[in-house]
Design a protein around this ligand. Sequence first.
Ligand SMILES: Cc1cc2nc3c(=O)[nH]c(=O)nc-3n(C[C@H](O)[C@H](O)[C@H](O)COP(=O)(O)OP(=O)(O)OC[C@H]3O[C@@H](n4cnc5c(N)ncnc54)[C@H](O)[C@@H]3O)c2cc1C
Length: 337
Amino acid sequence: MPDFAANTAIIGAGLAGLGAAARLGRSGLSVDLLEAEAGPGGRLATLEITETGRQFDHGGQFVTVRDPALRMVMAGLLDRGRAARWNAHIVRLETDGSAQPHPVERFVGMPSMAGLAGGLAAALPLTVRPHYETGVSAIGGEAGAWMLRLTDGTVAGPYNRLVLAMPPHAAASLLRDRLPDLASRVGSVTMAPCWALLLTLPEGRKPGWDAAFIAGAGGEDRPFSWIAHDGSKPGRTPGGWVAHTAADWSIRHRQDDPALVMERLRAAFTALTGMEAPATAARLHFWPEALPLAPLETGFIWDAPNGVGLCGDWCLATRAEAAFISGHRLAGAMGAA
Ligand SMILES: Cc1cc2nc3c(=O)[nH]c(=O)nc-3n(C[C@H](O)[C@H](O)[C@H](O)COP(=O)(O)OP(=O)(O)OC[C@H]3O[C@@H](n4cnc5c(N)ncnc54)[C@H](O)[C@@H]3O)c2cc1C
C-alpha cells in the first residue's frame, strides 16, 4: 500500500486538523493527516530552550471548554493524564494596579501544552494516518483528484477531498493557483502577530497572582496582554514566566529589531510585576500569525463542488477550543456522523 492512499487529505495537525480528523476517521473515512512540523499541536506549542532544558508554553496558554463535543474529548484527555485543570490565581490587572479575579475553568496539556495535542493524536482512529515533517508546498490536480506537492519534492494523492487546517495566509497561498476566488476570500482574514517573552526567574518571587490578563494593553507603556507564571501549571518546573504582547502593539512592532523589542519588553515586565528580568534569563519568540483579528464566525468553509474545506480558529473565534470545534463542524458538513 502506498504511503499516501487515503480518500481525504487534511493539511495541518493543530487542534482544527485534529478535530476534523477524529470525526472523519470515526465515520470510517480514510484520512492522510499531513503536518509540516515534527509533531501535532500547531500554535498550542511548547518550546524547549536547549541551553537550560527548560520548557515554555510559548503559544496557546490554556484551553477553555464550553462545547459538549470538546468536553467529552477533554474528559478522555484528563483520564489519560494528557491534560489537567489549571487551578491558579488568575486575575485581570486593571490600569489602576488593582487585580480582579478571573475565575474560568481552564485546562492545560500535560506535561506541557504539546502533550494535549499529542493525546488527541494518539486517540485518532486507525483510519487516520498522521504524516509528520510532511509539509505541503503546492496543490495540483483538479476537483475529485487533488494532488499535493510535498516540501521534499514528492507528490501525494490523488485525493477526493482536501481540508486546509492552517492559518488563513498559508491556506490562501496554497489555494491561489487552483481556486483563486476561494484564496482571496480566505486571504482577507487578518491575523495579528505576537511577541512572546520567556523568562527564567528565581523561585519564590511572585507579584501576588499566577497569571494576569492586562487591561488597557497595547499602548507603548503597556505592551503585554497576558503574563503568566508558566511554573504554576501542573507538571511544570517553577520559575518559568511567559508574557505575550497585545495585538495592537505587536502589529506596530512586528518589523522591529528583536534586540530592541527584548529590551522594551523586559522593562515593561518589571514595571508590571515588580520582578527583575535580567537579559541572561530572557528569550524572545515571534509568532507571525498568532490570533485572528476578526474571525469569520461561519465556523468553517466547505466548498462542496470542489471538495475543499477550511477550518481553524480564524473561521470561528479567537481561542483554541474554537479551532477544534471548527474542524469538528467541518467534518460534519463533509458527511461525517
Ligand atoms: C501567542 C499565542 C497565545 C495564545 N493563547 C491562547 C490561550 O491562552 N487560550 C486559547 O484558547 N487560545 C490561545 N491561542 C490560540 C490557539 O493557540 C489557537 O486558536 C489554536 O491553537 C489554533 O489551532 P489551529 O488548528 O486553527 O491552527 P494552528 O495551531 O496554527 O495549526 C495549523 C497547523 O498547520 C500546519 N501547517 C501549516 N502550513 C502547512 C503546510 N503547508 N503543510 C503542512 N502543515 C502545515 C502548522 O505547522 C500547524 O501545526 C494563542 C495563540 C498564540 C499564538
